[in-house]
Write a protein that binds this ligand. Structure first.
Ligand code: C6P
Length: 397
């Protein structure tokens, strides 16, 4: 089995794993890469003169070049390894904030951001005396671009917006959002956590200044992520964390910093996980990013159609351009009750606010049930979800 965990039985049912927006499962080749790393290669990188250290360093830097190609960055200096999207955004908000945010400045975020793309900006704003402005969205879950344009003024310093909403599934027009920001000479950060596993991403085509994502949502191990930053802007930012590797020279009087991208990688990184990320990229490229997109679009259409059979179902996020996420409620039942009953039938979905409380406030609901897809999701999985919902529906009234 390419994904060993998918053989798991849950309460004597076949596991139907529909929580891929939270984290994807890992193919055997990613698991093998981790195992091989710890069996044959484990050592610290960029430091030791010995064979293992040199080999691990070479393999680590090879993945940096692989990521560069994967998102079509201009240079591998623009690829910084982090622990995940959250750390990537915190890095940018903190470093950009210290360099460019001042009292009275404004940061634009969308109303459908994950808390990881709201709170780091609030922290940066708090330090600087700046404030957040929010792009509203329609009932369908589409950003209001006219309202977005109207938010810009001479105080706007940066925009932050997701590529795909983890709760509504909306694919946002990131290229257009970038063009509008740049027409005001304002840089933009794109949170790509929910995009990279589902479509080909080209940061040069989007034109964005920063693009952040997590390995674990794209078949790679947990504990590794990427912050892409356009070299021109990245080179102007102060370091995020201090420590080993990010320095050139240290005295008690003064420290000078290393070059890009090492300036932003303080301390020992998670080398094995980075190699696992490389294996995950190989796996995705072997499937073909376009075939993954086409497959998941088909699942999304099929699921949206089939779920209509469930009495009292209400969808949240019905934008014309969506990626593999369906959020819903059944009648007046609490999402947690639906999730718990589904779990007893072997079906893993996520319930709650999905770390997007402002979206829940926008709709006046406590949370949703969310089914989310990956390359290995099948129509059988969707059928199992629909059958289970039909079975539990009478218990929910
Ligand atoms: N969303 C979900 O179930 P981390 O935790 O750093 O890997 O990713 C944070 C994050 C940032 N932006 C978006 C759009 C996200 O969806 C997430 C993670 C998971 O929806 C866990 S809350």
């Amino acid at each position: 089995m390419e994904f060993p965990i998918l053989d798991t039985q849950v309460y004597n049912h076949r596991l139907v794993y529909l929580d891929n927006a939270a984290t994807t499962q890992k193919p055997q080749q990613v698991i093998d890469t981790l195992c091989q790393y710890y069996c044959t290669l484990n050592s610290n990188i960029h430091r030791g003169a010995h064979h293992l250290a040199a080999e691990a360093t070479e393999r680590y830097e090879e993945v940096r070049r692989k990521v560069q190609g994967f998102i079509n960055a201009r240079s591998s200096n623009e690829i910084v390894f982090t622990r995940g999207t959250t750390e990537s955004i915190n890095l940018v908000a903190s470093s950009f904030g210290r360099r460019f945010l001042h009292a009275g400045d404004e940061v634009i975020v969308s109303g459908m951001e994950h808390h990881s793309d709201i709170v780091p900006w609030q922290l940066a704003c708090e330090l600087a005396g700046a404030s957040l402005r929010v792009i509203p969205f329609s009932d369908e879950g589409v950003l209001d671009l006219e309202a977005y344009k109207a938010l810009f003024n001479e105080h706007t310093r940066i925009v932050a917006c997701n590529h795909v909403s983890n709760t509504l599934g909306t694919v946002n027009p990131v290229r257009e959002l970038t063009e509008i920001a740049h027409s005001h000479n304002v840089p933009i950060l794109i949170d790509g956590a929910q995009a990279v596993a589902h479509m080909a991403v080209d940061v040069q085509q989007i034109g964005c200044d920063f693009y952040c994502f997590s390995g674990h949502k794209m078949y790679a191990p947990m504990g590794v992520g990427v912050m892409y930053g356009r070299e021109e802007i990245l080179s102007q930012l102060p370091p995020y964390q201090g420590g080993g590797e990010m320095i050139k020279d240290v005295t008690f009087e003064r420290t000078t910093y290393n070059e890009l991208p090492f300036r932003f990688e303080a301390g020992t990184p998670s080398v094995g996980d980075v190699l696992g990320l490389g294996a995950a990229i190989d796996w995705m490229l072997a499937q073909g990013l376009d075939s993954i997109s086409v497959h998941e679009d088909d699942l999304l259409r099929y699921a949206t159609e089939q779920l209509q059979q469930v009495p009292g179902i209400r969808f949240f996020g019905t934008a014309p351009h969506k990626a593999g996420v369906i959020s819903f409620l059944v009648g007046h039942s609490h999402p947690y009750d639906v999730g718990t009953l589904l779990d007893k039938l072997g079906i893993a979905v996520r319930t709650g606010h999905h770390c997007t409380q402002p979206i829940m406030d926008r709709y006046g609901i406590p949370g949703t049930v969310r089914a989310s897809f990956a390359a290995y999701t099948t129509r059988d999985d969707i059928d199992a979800l629909v059958a289970a919902l039909l079975r539990i529906a009478p218990m929910l009234e």
